[in-house]
Design a protein around this ligand. Structure first.
Ligand code: ADP
Length: 240
């Protein structure tokens, strides 16, 4: 049996800069109308600690399907996904839920903030649901909101903020529990170029200050240059 993942408190030491994610010949099919839709067709990738990796490709090419699998939200039909040596492809639902809670953060296109709670309360809420002692909440929330440049707007509510600010609250919320891996689905999709660039600057910064690794999908050609590596997906395969 697998060892349960340890709590984040026990791993404040810097991780070696080796592989954090290894994907081997991953396929994913979905049952559709009596047949099968073959969405991922043999994906191989290697992500090293501290990298910013982008998945680009047309809508429908399979980027979100792969991202969900990298975060243990879904499992491959065949193939292997190793996250910090944990085999995501063969873990139980409970084991994947625990791994996600302790070590993975997600950012979705639609921010997923509660509109009537302040930025501060939104970030605190995510800590309440994570495995973080309550004595750390206050300092951690403040730290994360300052990191994303919202130190002066902590008590504003999402509906009083711009899209770029809301997305930065969502980043603070996603990193508050100190994940090792941050996954973001089109994080700049609803933002103008300047706000998108601010979000990318925050990503670059937290890779160092929080020692996080980032995988994201994007359509946006203006941000590709900040990636350490760009995988281009066409019809369920990488073409590079
Ligand atoms: P992208 O993120 O590149 O736009 P997706 O991964 O969202 O692409 O989708 C790729 C294909 O897989 C699409 O044709 C989509 O309809 C299909 N798909 C994704 N999830 C499911 C599912 N749960 N059931 C059936 N089809 C799905």
């Amino acid at each position: 049996t697998l060892e349960e993942p340890s709590s984040p408190d026990q791993e404040q030491v810097e991780e070696p800069k080796g592989s954090i994610l290894t994907v081997k010949d991953v396929h994913r099919s979905f049952p559709v109308g009596g047949g099968e839709l073959h969405v991922l067709k043999g994906i191989n990738m290697e992500v090293r600690s501290g990298q910013l990796v982008m998945l680009k490709g047309r809508s429908g090419s399979g980027k979100t399907t792969l991202l969900n699998m990298l975060g243990g939200l879904d499992q491959p039909s065949s193939g292997e996904i190793l996250f910090q040596d944990y085999p995501l492809h063969s873990l139980s639902d409970n084991q994947r839920t625990k791994l996600r809670r302790d070590r993975i953060g997600f950012i979705f296109q639609a921010y997923a903030l509660l509109p009537l709670l302040s930025a501060w309360e939104n970030v605190e809420l995510s800590l309440r649901m994570a495995n973080v002692p309550s004595s750390e909440w206050k300092s951690r929330v403040t730290h994360c909101l300052e990191l994303v440049g919202l130190g002066k707007r902590m008590f504003h509510r999402p509906f009083e903020m711009s899209g770029g600010e809301q997305q930065r609250v969502a980043i603070a919320k996603a990193i508050a529990h100190r994940p090792k891996l941050l996954l973001a689905d089109e994080p700049t999709a609803n933002l103008d170029t300047q706000m998108g660039a601010q979000v990318m600057a925050v990503f670059k910064n937290i890779i160092h200050t929080e020692q996080v690794t980032i995988c994201m999908t994007t359509h946006d050609p203006t941000i590709l240059e900040v990636a350490d590596h760009v995988y281009e997906m066409v019809d369920g395969r990488f073409i590079n």
